[in-house]
Structures are given as structure tokens and as C-alpha cells.
Design a protein around this ligand. Structure first.
Ligand code: ADP
Ligand code: MG
Length: 231
């Protein structure tokens, strides 16, 4: 579904990603782990076209997407849940969900399917964005992204800053989304929410992939965890 090959990404003259390569197969959940500043968000920005790589290749379902504008990439089926929880504070929960809707032939997501996945959002549907807790905002951000009917969902540190119970709920909901056949790429700075959901993982450090393997292998490999993750 996604094939990232040897990408080099810069902010101005700062070279951030040094030939990153990895792939995500249809139906998989894959995590990208690495310390703060390792280059996880930059990798996501490279994929979604917010910070285009200077060289390398990113293929989504076989089509090269480097150089395409973000809205085109989103329309092709890549949904991005940024770490900033972008919602409209002055709109209600219901309005926030509805304004994210995109016209698409085989649209599976609507208010009803969103509310069945996130019953809490139905309870809160008349509340304004500003009234939501961090966990509820994160839920709403994921819901808004689902409304674009993505085939591949990029989640940037979905559990960051949330209480353990909220993280647990988020994990279950993302598990449900995965069961629906949506492919996921999740990044995180430690072994946690993303690893629990993922089939495979990559470890990134200083803009370079240092390790790849199954989650079991990664969990057994104390050396890699100590060297490259926050443990
Ligand atoms: N807008 C920016 N301009 C310049 N450097 C940036 C910018 N955003 C991030 N960086 C730098 O790029 C590196 C990777 O950052 P980032 O991809 O955000 O890491 P992560 O998401 O893994 O914490 C860091 O050294 C960070 O300081
Ligand atoms: Mg980040």
C-alpha cells in the first residue's frame, strides 16, 4: 500500500531525513518508533506532502506521490491525524464531524458509523470543541479524518499527553478501525499504544532507520530499545 524508498527531506537547508525506506502492506498496522526529534513527524509530513522530500520515492498503491499537493494525496486515500489535534473550537462536535466529510463513491463513514465507533462523541454532539478534554479532542480528530474515507491512516503519537485509561480506550477504538480493514502507520516515541496495535515496527533515529522487525522481536531486543527509544 505504501512504499517509501530512500527519501531525503529538509527544512530549508537543514537535512532531516537521510534516505529513509520502509513499507506498509494493505491491512497491516506498522509503527514508526523513535525518540523526540528522531524524524517521525517529518516522515509523516513527507508522505502527506506538507514537506516534500528532495529525493527518493514514495508510492501509494503503486503511484508516485512525491510532488503532489497535500489535498491530492489526501484525496487518493491517505488520512493524516497530526499530533496537534486540529479541530474547530467554535463548532460543535457534530459540526466538526460533518465539515470533514468528503464526497466519495464508496463512502463508508457517516455520522452513524462514526457514532457507533465513538459513542462518546454522540453523547457530546452538541458540545463545542473548546469544551472537550484532550482525549475527546483526539477522538474527534480521528473521527474527522475517518470522514475522508482513508485507506491508509497516519497517526502521529495518538496517545501523547493522554491519561492511561484514555489511552486504553483509544487503543481499543484504533483496534476496531484496523478490523475494518484500514491500514495504519502509527508513530510513537516509546513502546506503548502503537506497538500494542502493530504487526511490525521500524525504529528511527537521527533521520535514519536503525531497526526493523516484528513487534515481538522488537520487544525482546532490549539493546535497540535502550539505544534508540525512551525507556
Ligand atoms: N519546521 C522545522 N524547521 C526546522 N527544523 C525542524 C522543523 N520541524 C522539526 N525540525 C527538526 O527536525 C528534526 C526532526 O523533527 P520531527 O520530525 O518533528 O521529530 P519527531 O516527530 O520524531 O519528534 C528535529 O531535529 C527538529 O528539531
Ligand atoms: Mg513528532
Amino acid at each position: 500500500m505504501l512504499e517509501v524508498n530512500e527519501i531525503h527531506t529538509y527544512y530549508g537547508t537543514s537535512h532531516i531525513l537521510f534516505g529513509i525506506s520502509f513499507n506498509v502492506k494493505a491491512g497491516e498496522a506498522v509503527c514508526l518508533l523513535g525518540r523526540n526529534g528522531a524524524g517521525k513527524t517529518t516522515t509523516f509530513r513527507s508522505i502527506i506532502g506538507l514537506t516534500s522530500p528532495k529525493s527518493g520515492s514514495i508510492k501509494f498503491q503503486g503511484t508516485e506521490i512525491i510532488g503532489k499537493p497535500s489535498y491530492r494525496i489526501a484525496k487518493m486515500g491517505i488520512g493524516y491525524v497530526p499530533d496537534t489535534r486540529r479541530i474547530f473550537p467554535d463548532l460543535t462536535v457534530r459540526q466538526n464531524i460533518l465539515v470533514a466529510r468528503r464526497e466519495k463513491e464508496k463512502a463508508v463513514w457517516n455520522l452513524e458509523t462514526i457514532y457507533s465507533l465513538f459513542p462518546k462523541l454522540k453523547e457530546l454532539e452538541t458540545h463545542m470543541g473548546t469544551q472537550l478534554s484532550g482525549g475527546e479532542q483526539q477522538m474527534l480528530t480521528v473521527a474527522r479524518t475517518l470522514m475522508t474515507n482513508p485507506e491508509l491512516l497516519l497517526l502521529d503519537e495518538p496517545g501523547e499527553g493522554l491519561a492511561p485509561l484514555v489511552i486504553q480506550a483509544m487503543k481499543e477504538q484504533l483496534g476496531e478501525i484496523k478490523k475494518l480493514g484500514i491500514t495504519m502507520l502509527i508513530c510513537e516515541h516509546n513502546v506503548g499504544l502503537a506497538t500494542a496495535l502493530s504487526d511490525r515496527g521500524y525504529v528511527i533515529d537521527k533521520g535514519t532507520i536503525r531497526y526493523q522487525g516484528t513487534i515481538e522481536e522488537l520487544q525482546r531486543n532490549e539493546e535497540v530499545r535502550k539505544k534508540y527509544l525512551m525507556v
